[in-house]
Design a protein around this ligand. Structure first.
Ligand code: MLT
Length: 323
């Protein structure tokens, strides 16, 4: 009798969950950003969230949960109730974390439902205006001669700015002192203030600063020049052959989120990426909306797995780990 009652309760609970999944969302959805407000991931999340509200019929509220190179937020969402009300936007860091952290409290390949890929964002290598260098070659020479004096800012182990800095130091064969922040928004504030010397960061934050003459841009990290900064050479053109880095972004929900909910989130994501205001905003910031076949759960799952496999040996060679 007791077991019948328990079974009945479970069936009722499952039906209620199913019904609430069908009517999802009935309250605001929180989109967790793993870095500080005002930075590139935050900028992308806010543009996307605003557009997603139109098809979700509910507010999409951005929450910045910064720390540990983005891994705090990923753990948080991995453990959230799988009901679609707490979801995550994260970038390439989702694929580099397994190689960078000896102990990781989440598994990118097991703990999430994939909603879809969003953007590819080139990065730019910047120095503070007072640094006496005007090209990557000059920076390489200067960095070698002053390696104990100059500093490279990043947003912690696992951040895109960390990865770019790692590749840059490898390419010029010099180890610099790095200064970790909770996001590249505070890192940029210190670059503008002259407290740090170098920052490699996504165009979604850097284009306005470069166009305003507030920082010196030395190179773009992709193999193609940017439409918004046509005079800025690529890293490869600047003497770093093979340097090619764009920061991809994806949206995730906790594992076990019901299919009607992930379907709704994916439809809303895809609609947002067609929204003319979003298309213009991202184009102005040098961000490239991924093709439609990547804006899918399968597209994101495939890309994530390929990226984990791609970065593991590169990071292992660089010998950078956290416990
Ligand atoms: C940010 O949003 O602050 C950046 O994406 C951090 C980073 O990955 O460099």
């Amino acid at each position: 009798m007791n077991s019948l009652r328990v079974l009945g309760g479970l069936i009722l609970a499952a039906c209620a969950f199913g019904a609430s999944a069908q009517s999802y969302p009935t309250r605001p959805v929180t989109l967790v950003v793993p870095f500080a407000a005002g930075g590139p991931t935050d900028v992308a999340a806010r543009a996307l969230g605003q557009a997603m509200e139109k098809s979700m019929g509910q507010p999409v509220v951005v929450e910045n949960k910064a720390g540990a190179g983005g891994t705090l937020a990923v753990s948080d969402v991995a453990r959230a109730t799988p009901d679609g009300y707490r979801i995550l936007i994260h970038h390439i860091g989702m694929s580099t974390a397994p190689a960078l952290y000896r102990k990781l409290s989440f598994d990118p390949l097991k703990d999430f439902e994939y909603i879809g890929q969003v953007l590819d964002v080139p990065m730019t290598l910047l120095v503070k205006t007072g640094l006496p260098v005007n090209s990557v070659k000059e920076l390489a020479v200067y960095a070698k001669a002053n390696k104990d004096k100059i500093t490279l800012a990043n947003a912690g182990l696992g951040a895109a700015s960390h990865l770019c800095g790692l590749l840059f130091q490898q390419a010029i064969e010099v180890d610099l002192t790095t200064v970790p922040y909770k996001g590249t928004a505070p890192a940029m504030a210190d670059l503008l203030g002259g407290q740090v010397d170098i920052l490699c960061d996504q165009t979604t934050q850097t284009i306005p600063q470069i166009q305003g003459g507030k920082v010196k841009a030395l190179a773009v990290t992709t193999t193609k020049r940017l439409d918004a900064l046509k005079d800025l050479p690529t890293a490869a053109e600047s003497g770093l052959p093979g340097f090619d880095l764009a920061v991809w972004h994806g949206v995730y929900a906790p594992k076990g989120t019901p299919r009607p909910v992930t379907d709704k989130l994916n439809a809303s994501l895809q609609a947002a990426l067609k929204d003319p205001a979003v298309v213009k905003r991202f184009a102005d910031l040098g961000a490239i909306i991924v093709p439609a076949d990547k804006q899918t759960p399968d597209g994101l799952a495939r890309h994530l797995k390929a990226e984990i496999d791609k970065w593991a040996p590169i990071i292992k060679k660089a010998g950078q780990y956290a416990d």
